[in-house]
Design a protein around this ligand. Structure first.
Ligand code: PNS
Length: 175
C-alpha cells in the first residue's frame, strides 16, 4: 500500500516549470505524492521554506493527489513519518547523475534498504533548467518567463532586486 505513495523532495528555491512537470507526471503514476520542501537553516536560500511552500501550493490547485510539506533533518526521517518508501527525483543531463546516485545510495543505506529512488527524466524543454539558472538570469535582470510560472515572476524579480541591492540576507531567508 505504501508503494502507491511517493515523496518528491527538493529545495525548490524557487520552483520551476521543470519541477512542476515532474510533479504532474508523478501524480499520474502514484495515488499520492508528497512534495517535501527542505527547510535547511544552513543553506543560503532566496526564499524561506514557508515562501517556497506557498509558491508551490498555488500551482497545485488542480493536482488533488499532491500535497506539500516542509521538512528539516534527514529525508529518510521525513519519509518514514509519512509512511513513504518511494523517493522521486528528476534527472536532467549526465551532470546530475553522480550526485543523484550518491543520494539514492545514501538514502537506501540510511533507511535499511527500505527506500527506493525512482528517477523521472526531465522533459526535453527542461533538460537544462534549474533553480540556480533562474536565479542567475533574474539577478542579471533577464527574462525568466520561459522557466517559471506567471504567478512567480514578480516575486522572483523583486527578491533578485533586493539581493542585488544588498537589502536581503540570503542566510536569513529560512528564518
Ligand atoms: O533540490 P535539491 O537541492 O537537489 O534537493 C536535495 C534534497 C533536499 C533532496 C537533499 O539535500 C536532502 O534530502 N536533504 C536532507 C538531508 C538528508 O537527508 N541528507 C542525506 C541524503 S544525501
Amino acid at each position: 500500500m505504501e508503494d502507491k505513495k511517493a515523496v518528491y523532495a527538493g529545495s525548490f528555491d524557487p520552483i520551476t516549470k521543470g519541477h512542476i512537470d515532474i510533479m504532474k507526471r508523478s501524480a499520474q503514476i502514484f495515488e499520492k505524492v508528497i512534495v517535501g520542501v527542505l527547510d535547511n537553516k544552513n543553506k543560503k536560500n532566496w526564499f524561506s521554506a514557508d515562501e517556497r511552500l506557498e509558491m508551490i501550493k498555488i500551482l497545485l490547485k488542480d493536482l488533488k493527489n499532491v500535497e506539500v510539506q516542509t521538512f528539516d533533518g534527514l529525508l529518510v526521517t521525513f519519509m518514514e513519518k509519512n509512511n513513504a518508501k518511494i523517493l522521486i527525483r528528476g534527472l536532467r543531463a549526465v551532470s546530475d547523475y553522480e550526485y543523484e546516485l550518491q543520494m539514492a545510495l545514501t538514502n537506501s543505506s540510511l533507511s535499511g534498504n527500505k527506500i527506493e529512488t525512482i528517477f523521472l527524466t526531465a522533459s526535453r524543454e527542461n533538460l537544462y533548467l534549474s533553480s540556480s539558472i533562474v536565479k542567475e538570469i533574474a539577478i542579471n535582470e533577464g527574462d525568466i518567463k520561459e522557466f517559471v510560472y506567471e504567478n512567480h515572476i514578480n516575486i522572483i524579480k523583486e527578491r533578485a532586486r533586493l539581493i542585488k541591492g544588498g537589502n536581503f540576507n540570503e542566510k536569513n531567508s529560512n528564518c
